[in-house]
Design a protein around this ligand. Structure first.
Ligand SMILES: *[C@@H]1O[C@H](CO)[C@@H](O)[C@H](O)[C@H]1NC(C)=O
Ligand SMILES: *[C@@H]1O[C@H](CO)[C@@H](O)[C@H](O)[C@H]1NC(C)=O
Ligand SMILES: *[C@@H]1O[C@H](CO)[C@@H](O)[C@H](O)[C@H]1NC(C)=O
Ligand SMILES: *[C@@H]1O[C@H](CO)[C@@H](O)[C@H](O)[C@H]1NC(C)=O
Ligand SMILES: *[C@@H]1O[C@H](CO)[C@@H](O)[C@H](O)[C@H]1NC(C)=O
Length: 284
């Protein structure tokens, strides 16, 4: 009885049979998987890689997704920790979704809506600063005056500043090779992006808003600039009583831009929109 009970035979046999079957099964499965992968690799190798369309402009900035994510974290965790609740992964994904697998010349404002919603932000009244052909000076100013905001001092403007990007209608890849020339070949996706975010920036402005203009160029107020084309038309007169222009002159330039015809055009547009206008020539 006891011999029988402890005999290994009755327990060992079904065990070994099973594991042998399992081994055979596993072996067959492995062979099948390897074969399938080999066939797939072979097929893909033989197919030409999907060719991305070629454009006249520079391609997407190298490491675009990593830069977007890195800048988002820098802005929300370091520069403006009051926005640390923003979800940078979601923001990064919404940015990619806005242009990947799409023709860069058929981009619309709607493509960027989810991204705009994730990056909404309140700029306090009296703190909005526009600029046109005076980028460097305006940004030097907001670096010193941290409570002032240019578009590039808001989360989304900060993320996208200086970057280029486009996708392709026939591929889900980022096109690092080339993109349409901004605003030249077509109203490309980067152009549409800046129009859309500039429009929102102006719509949200309240109180007295400022603009830094360049008095050392002939069209101090340029109707074709983002400021002249988008921003002034999207200020809300019920929230924005006054626009203050600061016309900056290069050293040695004593011209009086505030009475020039280009500034007069700006004055006229604003007076038609019931926004008061003040202008100051500023000599450095
Ligand atoms: C951003 O949008 C959300 C949802 O619409 C809203 O709850 C939140 O108050 C907004 N935040 C700002 C800063 O406008
Ligand atoms: C904005 O500026 C105007 C004029 O300088 C001032 O009357 C108003 O109180 C300011 N508003 C805020 C919120 O600071
Ligand atoms: C005005 O434009 C000129 C020419 O583009 C540039 O050299 C200069 O730095 C600009 N001035 C300001 C204040 O940005
Ligand atoms: C491109 O954008 C400009 C300015 O927003 C607009 O006037 C023009 O109609 C657009 N062109 C096309 C082809 O969509
Ligand atoms: C604005 O753009 C149009 C068409 O591109 C051009 O003909 C015109 O000269 C430009 N105006 C200014 C002030 O740059």
């Amino acid at each position: 009885m006891s011999n029988h009970r402890f005999s290994p035979v009755s327990e060992d046999e079904p065990c070994c049979n099973l594991s042998q079957k399992a081994k055979i099964c596993l072996g067959t499965f492995c062979v099948l998987v390897v074969l399938t992968i080999a066939v797939m690799v072979g097929v893909l190798w033989g197919l030409p890689a999907p060719k991305l369309k070629e454009w006249d402009g520079k391609g997407t900035t190298p490491n675009f997704p990593e830069i977007v994510l890195g800048r988002c974290y820098t802005y929300t965790k370091v520069l403006r920790p009051e926005l640390s609740h923003k979800d940078c992964r979601k923001i990064g994904k919404a940015f990619m979704d806005a242009f990947l697998s799409k023709d860069p010349c058929s981009s619309t404002e709607r493509d960027y809506q989810p991204l705009l919603e994730l990056t909404n932000q309140t700029v306090p009244c009296n703190k909005t600063l526009f600029w046109s052909k005076s980028s460097e000076l305006a940004h030097q100013y907001t670096t010193v005056q941290q409570e002032m905001f240019t578009l590039e001092n808001t989360l989304l403007g900060y993320i996208a500043d200086g970057l280029n990007w486009c996708g392709d209608a026939d591929s889900s890849e980022i096109n690092y090779g080339s993109c349409p020339k901004m605003g030249k070949q077509c109203n490309d996706t980067v152009f549409v992006f800046w129009n859309t975010v500039s429009q929102r920036f102006a719509e949200n402005a309240c109180g007295v808003v400022q603009v830094v203009l360049n008095g050392s160029i002939s069209n101090t107020f340029n109707k074709n600039s983002t400021f002249g084309r988008v921003e002034i038309y999207n200020l809300r007169p019920e929230k924005v009583p006054t626009l203050q222009a600061w016309v900056m002159h290069d050293i040695g330039d004593r011209s009086v831009a505030c009475s020039s015809s280009s500034i007069n055009d700006l004055k006229l547009i604003l007076s038609n929109r019931n926004i008061k206008f003040t202008c100051h020539d500023n000599y450095r």
